[in-house]
Every structure is written in C-alpha cells, then in structure tokens.
Design a binder for this molecule. Structure first.
Ligand code: TRP
Length: 343
C-alpha cells in the first residue's frame, strides 16, 4: 500500500500505526454563531474529533482584552458553547471547556512572559491594528499572544488549525516555546501551525468578510423571519434579469454554494451565466435551503442544549480533563524554572 501522509508525517497504512495528533483550537465566545463561523471553522473542527485528539475551548480570558460588559461575556460564553455542541461537537470525543475553568493557563502565561521579548509583542499585527483603530494599548492587549502561547503549550497542542490572521500568533508561540526550552530545558512541545487559506473568506451580506463586528452575518439559530431579512439583504448588483450574471463577483452566489454539492454548484453557475435569473428568486430559495440545512441542529439545540445547567455540566466535565493534561506540563515547567523549592 502506498504510504499515506497526515500533516506531512508519513504513516504506514496498516491502520495500527496511524498516530492521532493533538489538534487544538481556541474560539472567541462572541455570541450566537453565524454561517461564516460554521463553514470557516466549526465544521472542520468537528471533523477533527473523528480522526484526531481534539482539544477545543472558548477563550473568555482573551475576550476580556476587548469586552468590558460582564453580562454580555457571560451570556455569549454559554450561547457559543450550546451552539457548538448542537452543531456536532461531541464532549466524549473531544475535550471541550471554557478557558477560565483551567486557571493554570494564567500561571503558565507568567512563566512564558519571561522568555517573551518586548520587541516580539510590539511587532504583533493584531495588537498594532487594534491600537491603530483607536483602542487604548493596555497590558492585556499586548500580552494577548503570551496567553495564546500558554493555551497551546500547556495542553501539548501539536497541530493548531487557524486562519491567516492568526499565523503570526502561531509563529510567536513557536518562538516562545523554543526560547523556553532553550533556557530551561525541554519542557514544551513545539506546535505546528496549520494555516487554512480559505478560513475567514466567507462573505457577509454586504460582501465584506462575514463578521459580528461588521454586522453583516447570517445567523444559524435565529428565527425564520430574521433569517429572511438577513438573506433578502444580501447585496446584489443591478444586472437586469434578462442579462447573464457573473457568479465570481456575486456575494449571493458565494453564500449559496456553501450549501451545495458539486452538481448543485454547476447547476447554479449555469443559472447565473444564462439570462433569466432573478436575484430575488434565488434569495427566496436560499432562505429555505439554509433553514432546512440547519433544521436538525436547531432541533438538537432546542431539545438538548437549551438548558443552561446541562451545558455547564458538559463544560465542567471537559475542564476536568483539560486540567489533568495541563497539570503535567505545568509541573514540569515549574520544576524546570526552579519554583519547586520544597521538593
Ligand atoms: N486568537 C484566536 C482568535 O482570535 C483565539 C485563540 C486563543 C486561539 N487561544 C488560541 C486559537 C489557541 C488557537 C489556539 O481566533
């Protein structure tokens, strides 16, 4: 049998020697999920739980760098958890928790801070962007990448799938880990970034990247009336219905194809390039397609995850497992830096 390759690492193909990788990802708890979150990230994370050792968590400590409304954060954290579970994340297959339930990550952040050069932090694009948009440059914002490095290193993350916007943060994590190991001895696993080029390229209803902060989302678990309003507002050009349309530049087309298989995509392309297509008809069709696509998830959301206590219980279960893992790396790190004075 030809050798196969997973993340560039060959495995023998007999089945038994295929090593599961620890895949790790933190997600901002920014409220109810939209189809950009789903097709951009969640759907593929949920796939990883089948083939790999998936660790995934809601980064509420990170959220504190930009959110100062406690009620908003509390609410958004539980909503995001319920949505993620309803979409198929399985707490038995993956380890799923809320970042602040494993406070060891803050202890690790401090240990890592001492091998993180100021120059490195000051060069971070995401920090510079936020400051250039008018945010006051506070310490949390500057040390955001150190907390992210702790997130990854403390759980032995080997593969971190992220969009292009997080590439630099991943490089910083590697840099910090290498420096820590070089200074104090082998402690952390050096993670590999897995840059998914198409992450984050899903357009919102105004044609810009779909994002809560642009207020251009199509939500997954909203009421049908709201879904209708969102889809009917997808931006279109003014090509008359009896003229051919260009699918490549059409936001409506790019959103619609997310829900189609290859044959369906070909058919939609044909409808666009041939005269006669009316955007409003396509939008009306799309409303039903989106509604039906998420129907099973909506039912699951309502029947199994609408109860807050149940969701909290799942999160605590995940936190216990995550904590057990973190304690191994943290103990090793504390020992290597010399905090184990009592041993
Ligand atoms: N910074 C990431 C984002 O904004 C979120 C994040 C925090 C993360 N910790 C992480 C992603 C660890 C991957 C691994 O999307």
């Amino acid at each position: 049998m030809a050798p196969l390759s997973l993340y560039g690492i060959p495995f023998c193909g007999k089945g038994i020697c295929m090593k599961r990788k620890r895949v790790l990802s933190g997600i901002q708890p920014s409220g109810s999920l939209h189809i950009g979150n789903y097709f951009g990230m969640m759907k593929r994370m949920i796939k990883y739980q089948e083939s790999d050792d998936l660790f995934t968590f809601l980064v509420n400590y990170h959220a504190l760098t930009t959110v100062s409304d406690g009620e908003f954060l509390r609410q958004n954290t539980i909503e995001a958890a319920a949505d993620y579970l309803a979409l198929g994340l399985d707490p038995e297959k993956a380890v799923f928790w809320v970042q602040s339930d494993v406070p060891e990550v803050l202890e690790a952040t401090w240990l890592l801070s001492n091998v993180t050069n100021m120059g490195l932090l000051e060069r971070a694009h995401s920090y510079k962007d936020k400051v250039s948009k008018g945010m006051t440059p506070h310490h949390g914002l500057l040390s955001y990448p150190v907390l992210m490095a702790a997130d990854i290193l403390l759980f032995g993350g080997e593969v971190v799938p992220v969009g292009k916007d997080q590439k630099q943060h991943l490089e910083m994590t590697r840099d910090i880990a290498l420096r820590f190991n070089a200074t104090y001895g082998e402690t952390f696993i050096i993670p590999e970034a897995h840059i998914e080029d198409d992450i984050g390229l899903i357009p919102g209803i105004d044609g810009q990247k779909m994002s809560k902060s642009y207020d251009n989302t199509i939500e997954i678990f909203c009421e049908k009336a709201e879904l209708t309003t969102q889809i009917m507002s997808i931006i279109t050009d003014n090509t008359p219905s009896d003229a051919p349309k260009d699918p490549e530049t059409s936001t409506l087309y790019h959103i619609y194809v997310l829900f189609l298989d290859d044959a369906g995509r070909k058919e939609l392309t044909q409808r666009f390039v041939n005269p006669g297509l009316k955007y409003s008809d396509v939008k009306r069709e799309l409303i039903d397609i989106v509604w039906e696509y998420f129907e099973p998830f909506r039912e699951k959301r309502a029947s199994r995850f609408s109860n807050k206590d149940g969701v909290v219980e799942i999160l605590k279960y995940g936190a216990d497992k995550a904590r057990a893992e973190a304690s191994v790396f943290l103990a090793r790190a504390k020992k290597n830096v010399g905090l184990n004075y009592d041993e």
